[in-house]
Design a protein around this ligand. Structure first.
Ligand SMILES: Nc1ncnc2c1ncn2[C@@H]1O[C@H](COP(=O)(O)OP(=O)(O)OP(=O)(O)O)[C@@H](O)[C@H]1O
Length: 353
């Protein structure tokens, strides 16, 4: 989809917040020869200081691979990961460890991401200690408090003595202790109950408000990133298909895949289950992706050109970029339209562009 993958990247100049992270033309492949999977295929994105970028797409589209590659836990096959002026992809393992000090990763499964033998105060101190700092008990307690836990209660507990939500708070405290300027959150609430999800999202919003930390928030559905993101990037089969400021993406999605994801935004009331429209078909194998536009095999708007030519990323509005030959026009997706029963005219209206 992305012909010129970097075309939507911003210039960090006067009046524009400093760019913390810039990923350019990232390619990540797994396996060898015939079994080679291109999990990420020319992805470019940037994140400014204090900004939250949501990264969404179905399972298998390459979100976790992108997160791991940014942390250099998976080596990119090609492309650059510029963090604070250094391309991490060109550094040795040792140099990476030093260079990525301000980067912290939070994973989906909070319980297994924490060492089960360690007690909370030690877990929280760990990331800072790895970086050579020696936090005091007061500093550790203050960070535990900042994530909504009572240090007097949890100080000596081990992960199995905590709930999933509490473990995720500990993981967040641990990351904060290292004073990051960019938190990479890979599906941080997917393993939690819905009510706990809301609490963790509120905590992240609070952290974002109080500290100037940028977030890359990876999730498989748009509903989760909606209230926390400043911009949202939508990925499909290893490529970026749309990126826009969050209000704009929800009010005026232009890529047919984004509109399909919006249709799948879950509604809290189970009685309106029928209003959902499943995305037709499965994600094609990244071993053998479709020619041209990768979404064309599931796209109701696909034409011959889509099989022949990969669409370039192009600007369709301020800060709004889309990789599609036939982007949808303005789609009015009101709350009412999204929650109306099927057949009640509640699908949202699309006008041709
Ligand atoms: N270690 C690996 N070896 C081989 N293939 C892999 C490996 N990790 C991921 N893949 C493949 O790369 C593609 C992208 O996977 P990735 O986990 O990055 O996607 P995702 O969007 O994060 O999905 P999920 O939400 O299910 O983790 C998938 O086809 C996956 O099967």
């Amino acid at each position: 989809m992305a012909g010129s993958g970097s075309s939507h990247l911003r210039e960090a100049g006067a009046g524009v917040a400093q760019i913390v992270l810039r990923v350019s033309d990232l390619v990540v492949e797994y396996g060898r020869r015939l079994q080679r999977v291109r999990a990420v295929s020319g992805l470019s994105l940037d994140i400014a200081e204090g900004e939250t970028l949501g990264l969404v797409g179905e399972s298998g589209c390459g979100k976790s691979t992108t997160a791991r590659a940014i942390m250099m836990l998976t080596r990119p096959t090609a492309g650059a990961i510029d963090y604070r002026g250094q391309d991490l992809a060109t550094l040795s393992k040792r140099e990476v460890r030093r260079a990525r000090k301000g980067l912290q990763l939070i994973l989906q499964d909070p319980v297994s991401s924490l060492n089960p033998r360690r007690r909370v105060h030690r877990l929280v101190a760990e990331a800072a200690v790895i970086q050579g700092a020696g936090p005091t008990d007061e500093e550790i307690a203050a960070t535990i408090r900042a994530v909504g836990l009572d240090p007097d209660v949890v100080w000596d507990r081990r992960p199995h003595e905590l709930s999933g939500g509490q473990c995720q708070r500990v993981a967040i405290a641990r990351a904060l202790m290292a004073e990051p300027d960019l938190l990479i959150l890979d599906e941080p609430v997917s393993a939690l109950d819905v009510s706990v999800q809301a609490q963790i999202l509120n905590l992240l919003r609070e952290i974002k408000r109080q500290r100037s930390i940028a977030l890359l928030f990876v999730a498989h559905d748009l509903a989760v990133v909606k209230n926390i993101s400043d911009r949202v990037a939508v990925m499909y089969l290893g490529k970026l298909c749309e990126i826009a400021p969050v209000e704009r993406l929800f009010a005026e999605p232009r890529h047919p895949y984004t509109t399909a994801l919006l249709e799948a935004v879950p509604v809290p009331d189970p009685t309106v289950e029928l209003a959902r429209m499943e995305l037709a078909g499965d994600l094609p194998s990244p071993l053998n992706p479709p020619s041209g536009c990768r979404f064309r095999t599931r796209c109701p708007r696909a034409e011959e050109r889509c099989a022949e030519e990969e669409p370039a990323v192009r600007e369709v509005g301020a800060g709004h970029f889309v990789a599609c030959h036939f982007p949808v026009g303005r789609v009015e997706v009101t709350e009412e339209a999204r929650t109306a029963p099927a057949g009640a005219g509640g699908r949202g209206r699309s006008t041709p562009s």
